[in-house]
Design a binder for this molecule. Structure first.
Ligand code: SAM
Length: 303
């Protein structure tokens, strides 16, 4: 993999780090290391008494993140914080992080640039690759198994729910007729022949989103993180989450609102923060990003 391909520009970088209010001696968790842009920013704000714990369930991303952060640690020398990197899903955070030990937690949901840039990962319909789409390549199922084995009605429901695709039944029917399907381009062609594009969006965009979310249990993972986080954060510690589509943001918004009612969270960003024109110009991916921040309330530790 080339250096250029491995680039991933962190979104809302400054805002996320500023809102986390990183203290040099604190313990911070990056739930989604990716290529470690945010993590490097956190690490550089920490001192020798501090600790950074990072998670990524994608073994390739974890390897790149580790290489980057180890280099930063070497550069920082005796001033470097303690570093713990974990190759697991963030839903497992409770098994790796002590209760009430965290001063700040960041989660930047979704995919990293490797997922789309590397055709062999099977996320993109712009380049042909095996229909995989797993972030964690150690466990199944792949998107190929889903499109070839799932019953038509269930497939239609999945595409409707996770892709917000109103033409899901037509798409599911075309998929079932087009089986066996083994590559990303083959699937994209089948979907494109069944439904026309909407505005400038490729007709398969929503179907690919749905499969990706399903294969990676993305929404369940986010819900489980919101359940675990209150137990791990110290009173007044902050949670910052960046979402990229409405399904993710809805979970974040509802979890924080419900938590606020129950005395768990105090919401810091009444409205989510979004990227400004300058950032969108530099990094088009930031166009759909939303940052929500909340503070763990001191009361309500019963939760
Ligand atoms: C948007 S990228 C993070 C980018 C990162 N903030 C940076 O600055 O490079 C999201 C990353 O989270 C990982 N990821 C997504 N869901 C995850 C989960 N449930 N558990 C652990 N890692 C996950 C993906 O593999 C991906 O590398």
């Amino acid at each position: 993999m080339t250096q250029q391909k491995a680039r991933h520009v962190p979104v809302l970088f400054q805002d996320a780090l500023d809102f986390l209010c990183v203290r040099p001696e604190g313990t911070y968790v990056d739930c989604t290391l990716g290529l470690a842009g945010h993590a490097e920013g956190m690490m550089r704000r920490l001192g020798p008494g501090g600790r950074l714990i990072g998670f990524d369930r994608d073994p390739e991303a974890l390897e790149l993140a580790t290489a980057r952060l180890v280099k930063v640690a070497e550069e920082m020398g005796s001033q470097a914080p303690q570093l713990t990197l974990v190759g697991e899903a963030f839903s497992r955070i409770g098994g790796h992080v002590d209760a009430a030990s965290v001063d700040g937690l960041l989660a930047d949901f979704g995919v990293n640039s490797l997922h789309f840039d590397e055709a062999r990962r099977g996320f993109s319909f712009q380049a042909d690759g095996p229909l995989d789409m797993r972030m964690d390549t150690r466990t199944g199922p792949t998107a190929e198994q889903v499109v070839n084995e799932m019953e038509e009605r269930e497939l239609a429901n999945l595409i409707y729910e996770y892709g917000e695709e109103r033409r899901s039944r037509t798409v599911a029917r075309a998929i079932v007729r087009g089986r066996p399907i083994t590559t990303t381009m083959q699937l994209a062609r089948i979907v494109a022949s069944a439904v026309p594009p909407i505005k400038y969006m490729h007709p398969a965009t929503r179907t690919f989103q749905a499969l990706r979310i399903y294969v990676n249990r993305e929404l369940e993972e986010i819900k489980e993180l919101f359940e675990a986080a209150p137990k791990l954060l110290k009173p007044s510690a902050r949670l910052a989450v960046i979402s990229f589509h409405s399904l993710e943001d809805r979970i974040a918004k509802d979890s924080l609102r419900d938590g606020a009612k129950n005395g768990i969270w105090s919401i810091v960003t009444k409205k989510p923060l979004v990227a400004d024109e300058e950032e969108i110009g530099r990094n088009p991916r930031s166009r759909s990003a939303k940052l929500r921040v909340a503070e763990r309330q001191a009361i309500g530790t019963r939760h």
